[in-house]
Every structure is written in structure tokens, then in C-alpha cells.
Design a protein around this ligand. Structure first.
Ligand SMILES: Nc1ncnc2c1ncn2[C@@H]1O[C@H](COP(=O)(O)OP(=O)(O)O)[C@@H](O)[C@H]1O
Ligand SMILES: [Mg+2]
Length: 259
């Protein structure tokens, strides 16, 4: 991989005496769709938090789209083209779905959504954003809830709106933390297919956390990185992972994760 979209080198994250991420290195190529899996508590979300600048890493280096992102703030990393979603979705509850998408994601970290909405915009770019927002809802198959309040949504629907919000920032790299947790089976499969086509059609690179091994093995991902106890146990194509005894044993030791 000569020009990876994401390069993580020797990343370590300690929480006091607990080493949550233990010197991991991996890369994601441009336009690649990669799954990050592993049992609960193995360090997946912490890895995302370090990459996206939400947590200071203890040691290591992160490069995003060719730029050094080590020690940068979340908003600086987002400007580089990397957007993330969170395992625990947070939406503006008193706003509709479409309004949630229209809050500029550049202000994802702003405490005041109203100020974000009042940013001076020409009518033309506003119309363009509204058209884009509806297209994103179509892609995620949730156009029918465009005018529902976020507070009325199911957990699965909230996840989808959150992905939609991430897509509104036109990211070049997306980190998705359990994007289909709580989404019903057939819809979860279609969403994965749609995310897949985003990588193929628009060249967006994606790293997607999924805790269900069976589910990810049946998806059309390019590669799977398997974490266990803060380390990378193995990585490979779904076929390679299926044949890897280490992985099967790690999961057999934790049957709750295989569902
Ligand atoms: N902010 C934090 N403070 C202290 N410990 C944390 C914090 N975040 C995560 N941990 C611990 O780090 C380990 C990895 O957690 P996490 O990255 O959330 O795992 P995963 O996403 O794979 O389920 C766990 O033992 C967890 O309890
Ligand atoms: Mg997690």
C-alpha cells in the first residue's frame, strides 16, 4: 500500500494502569472498505478515539490522507477529511431528521446548533445542501422519517441518521463505530451494501467497527482487522479470517460475541 488513506503506527493508549490499546499498527488504503472487529472491551472504540483526536494517545503516530494527524484536535482532523460516528449516537432531539443533517457537520463539536444553522449561506448552497440531505436519506433508506423528530426515532433509526450526518460533511475517510448495531438484519445488510458502494463509487475509504463476527464475515468487505486485548490478533480478507484458527479460538472463548 504505497499511499494509504489512514496509517496508524505503534499506537498505544493507557488509561492509568490499563493499556487499552497495545502498540497497534495498520493501514487502510484509498477507497478500501475495512472491518475492525473484536470482543467487547478489546480497544476498538479507543482506537477510533485516538485516530479522530478525541483522546490523546500515549504513544504512536496517526496519518490521515497523507497528513500527520498525531496530537491534532478533532476539528482539525475533520478538516483533513476524516469524519467519525460514535458507538452511542447523539442527535439534536428537538430537531427533525432532515434538520439534524443540515446542521453543518463542521460544527459537530459546537455546543450551539442554532448558531451553526445561522451561518450565512447563499440560498443556492442552502438548496444544494437540502438536496444532498434528501439524497443521503434515500441512500440510507430513511426518507420516510425525514420530518420526524429525532426524539421519536428507534435506536437503529438514530444510528442511520448519525451516519447520514457524517456523510453530509463529504468525508474522504469515514470511521463508523458499530453503524448497524440495533438495526434489523435485512436493513443492516442493505446499509452495508450501500456503504460498500460509497467506497467503490466515490472512493471514500472506510473503517467500520462491528462486534458481530458472523455478520462481518458475510459482508463484502475488502479486509478485516481482528483485535483482541488491545492488540491486533490478525488481519486479512474475509476468506483468510474464516480460515484463521486464532480468530476462531478467540471468538469461541467469548461466545456472547458471535451471536
Ligand atoms: N475513558 C476511559 N477511561 C478509562 N478506561 C476506558 C475508557 N475508555 C475505554 N476504557 C477501557 O478501555 C478498554 C477498551 O475499551 P473500548 O475501546 O471501549 O473497547 P471496545 O470498543 O472494543 O468494546 C476497556 O477495558 C474499557 O473499559
Ligand atoms: Mg466500542
Amino acid at each position: 500500500m504505497t499511499n494509504p488513506a489512514l496509517r496508524v503506527s505503534n499506537l498505544i493508549k493507557d488509561f492509568g494502569g490499563l493499556r487499552a490499546v497495545d502498540k497497534i499498527s495498520f493501514q487502510v488504503g484509498t477507497g478500501e472498505f475495512v472491518g475492525l472487529i473484536g470482543p467487547n472491551g478489546c480497544g476498538k472504540t479507543t482506537t477510533f478515539n485516538c485516530i479522530s483526536g478525541m483522546l490523546n494517545m500515549t504513544a504512536g503516530k496517526v496519518e490521515v490522507l497523507g497528513q500527520n494527524a498525531t496530537g491534532m484536535r478533532p476539528d482539525e482532523i475533520q478538516k483533513m477529511g476524516l469524519t467519525r460516528t460514535f458507538q452511542h449516537t447523539w442527535l439534536w432531539r428537538d430537531m427533525t431528521v432532515i434538520e439534524n443533517l443540515l446542521v453543518p457537520t463542521r460544527r459537530q463539536f459546537s455546543p450551539n446548533p442554532i448558531l451553526a444553522l445561522l451561518r450565512p449561506n447563499s440560498r443556492k448552497s442552502e438548496d444544494k445542501r437540502i438536496t444532498e440531505a434528501y439524497a443521503v436519506l434515500d441512500l440510507l433508506e430513511i426518507s420516510h422519517i425525514a420530518h420526524n423528530l429525532a426524539s421519536e426515532l428507534s435506536g437503529g433509526q438514530s444510528k442511520l441518521v448519525d451516519i447520514g450526518r457524517a456523510l453530509m460533511s463529504s468525508p474522504q475517510f469515514l470511521l463508523l463505530d458499530e453503524p448497524v448495531a440495533g438495526v434489523a438484519g435485512p436493513l443492516a445488510e442493505r446499509i452495508f451494501q450501500n456503504l460498500r458502494s460509497l467506497t467503490s463509487d466515490k472512493g471514500i475509504s472506510m473503517l467500520v467497527i462491528e462486534h458481530n463476527m458472523d455478520f462481518i464475515l458475510r459482508r463484502d468487505v475488502d479486509r478485516i482487522i481482528v483485535m483482541e486485548a488491545g492488540q491486533i490478533l490478525t488481519e486479512g480478507t474475509p476468506d483468510e479470517i474464516r480460515q484463521s484458527r486464532d480468530v476462531v479460538e478467540a471468538y469461541l472463548g467469548d461466545p456472547g460475541e458471535t451471536k
